[in-house]
Design a protein around this ligand. Structure first.
Ligand SMILES: [Mg+2]
Length: 115
């Protein structure tokens, strides 16, 4: 069993043990996911952009960022499970698409411009 499958199973068991499946419709899970992304963003909101990466290497920001990233991941895992999406497979397919779309010989050092 992969780490992703293990997380999916553990989140499913965590939810079932608390009878929270009734609350885990896609809309509610998406809002919870966005809320956790907001908590992550809040940690970095007023940090100077040029030093945020350095500050995130040390506590207390490192620990707090890990906690919020985990919240984001766990809701994402749960949402994919409820939607019956094989997220690792979908992510690999999406990355392959991006690799083909943004070929290094055309985009090296250049940010893609939205069409
Ligand atoms: Mg959180």
């Amino acid at each position: 069993m992969s780490d992703f499958d293990d997380l999916t199973e553990r989140m499913r068991a965590f939810t079932r043990a608390r009878d929270w499946e009734q609350f885990h419709d896609p809309k509610s899970l998406i809002l919870a996911l966005v809320g956790e992304v907001g908590e992550l963003a809040e940690l970095f909101q007023w940090l100077p952009a040029d030093s945020a990466a350095t500050l995130a290497l040390e506590d207390p920001l490192r620990t707090r960022a890990a906690e919020e990233l985990s919240d984001v991941l766990l809701y994402l895992v749960r949402l994919a499970d409820v939607l019956e999406i094989d997220l690792p497979q979908a992510a690999v397919a999406k990355l392959a698409s991006s690799e083909a779309r943004f070929r290094p010989e055309h985009f090296h050092g250049t940010a893609p411009v939205k069409d």
